[in-house]
Ligand binder design. Structure first.
Ligand code: ADP
Ligand code: MG
Length: 242
């Protein structure tokens, strides 16, 4: 349905790319019901960059970021993260890749509803089977530090329904950083927030990514967020003929 070839709209980058997407296409379904959500998308992101994928609804943003994070496999093309060819991994290797290299922040924060903010962060460490006492202590310290940086220390004991929308998204950012990922992938983090709150969340996200030397890719349809806060913007477009 869409032609989602992104066009770089920023300056050239110096550092070697941590992410390379080469002519990636994703088609859902087969035959005359097939939908090509992403058509030959190519992009490069350097270590430490905070990049935005900007495009209207239906232009393939979620599909592309899901392939980058190893949640979906491309129909064709190559995705390389550091030394890993993500597009070649089998499902077991993808699970490990996601757990060790990627942090996700989704449109709706997707927190575990019966865990507190702090427990939502620690749950990630549990998923990585860090079970020893020293590892648990380190995970607790990491969680507390992230909660502090995100202005959530006083909220750490609240379950998600006792948090505001912006606080929930900040918890989701903390959770995405818990496993010390190379790539932080963020899908429309401000969709459910008002403009001021959204701006604050993206500013915090950017600061965390920059201070920690991470690489961030944020999907948005908000031009202002992209232009003011991203180092580089890739524009995805819809092509009605496809
Ligand atoms: P965006 O995030 O930019 O809104 P998406 O990646 O969600 O775009 O979707 C791109 C296109 O692919 C849309 O036409 C959408 O309907 C279609 N699509 C997305 N997911 C699926 C799916 N699981 N099965 C079939 N079509 C899908
Ligand atoms: Mg989407």
């Amino acid at each position: 349905m869409t032609d989602a070839t992104p066009q770089p709209a920023g300056s050239a980058t110096q550092a070697p790319p941590i992410l390379t997407v080469e002519a990636v296409t994703k088609t859902y379904g087969e035959g005359h019901t097939a939908v090509t959500a992403v058509h030959e998308a190519s992009l490069q992101v350097s270590q430490g960059e905070f990049v935005s994928l900007l495009g209207p609804s239906g232009s393939g943003k979620t599909t592309l970021i899901s392939m980058i994070g190893g949640l979906l496999t491309p129909t064709s093309g190559v995705i390389q993260v550091g030394d890993v060819a993500v597009s070649d991994l089998d499902s077991k290797a993808l699970t490990t890749f996601r757990a060790e290299r990627v942090g996700f922040v989704f449109q709706s924060a997707n927190l575990v509803p019966f865990l507190t903010a702090r427990e939502n962060l620690l749950w990630v460490a549990g998923l990585r089977r860090e079970k020893g006492r020293a590892a648990r202590k380190a995970a607790g310290q990491h969680a507390d530090q992230l909660l502090d940086e995100l202005g959530l220390s006083a909220r750490a004991g609240n379950v998600p329904e006792k948090l505001s929308g912006g606080e929930r998204q900040r918890v989701a950012i903390g959770r995405a950083l818990m496993n010390d990922p190379d790539l932080v992938l963020v899908d429309e983090p401000t969709a459910a927030l008002d403009t001021a709150m959204g701006r604050q969340v993206v500013q915090l996200l950017r600061r965390e990514i920059k201070d920690r030397g991470k690489t961030g890719i944020m999907v948005t349809h908000d031009l202002r967020e992209s232009v003011f806060l991203a180092d580089k913007v890739y524009v995805m477009s819809k092509s009605p003929g496809r």
